[in-house]
Design a protein around this ligand. Sequence first.
Ligand SMILES: [Zn+2]
Length: 209
Amino acid sequence: MNKFWDRFFYFFTFITQGTSFLNPRAYAIMHRMHHAYSDTEKDPHSPHFFKDIWQMTMQTKDIYINYSKFKIEPEKAFQGNYPEWKLLDKISDMWTVRILFAALYVLFYIHFATSWWMFLLLPVHFFMGPFHGAIVNWCGHKYGYSNYSNNDHSKNTLPFDFLMMGELFQNNHHKSPNSINFAKKWYEFDPSYPIIRILNFTRIIHLRK
Ligand SMILES: [Zn+2]
């Protein structure tokens, strides 16, 4: 991406993640660690070291806070250049900003919800990031089938991952981490793949050859 699109998507992420905006640097460090240490004790969020999804999510949160608040530096192998926008990182992490987003969600529901039970979905919207992480990290390394032996417990949870837009093809993704298409077999479909191709076709991103 060029600088313009880099900033555009950084800001777009802030708007769309809202209440649960995740610091991209901290996210990237944890993701690289997850690949390097998949399902070992140094994996930041392997489901195989916790008795339930809540415990795993709480540890993930603690490690995330370490890196997002610069409480500790990552191991040398995971230091380096990460996208950073210090001002936006700061604003997005302010409690007032997170509460403002939450208030906007509530207003949206008041305006558009047609039945009372719809309001039960509000907590999911307040914690979209942790919900997404918990589902992908727990299910993607526990339930489903494997195409490859990656020396870990990564699984493809669904052959058509409409739930997490392809992120649940963990087994394929750990086999070829740099592949933009997480689907590998003829019966698998990764909904994010055509979107990436369109972004490349319209020159918003440039895929490495
Ligand atoms: Zn994984």
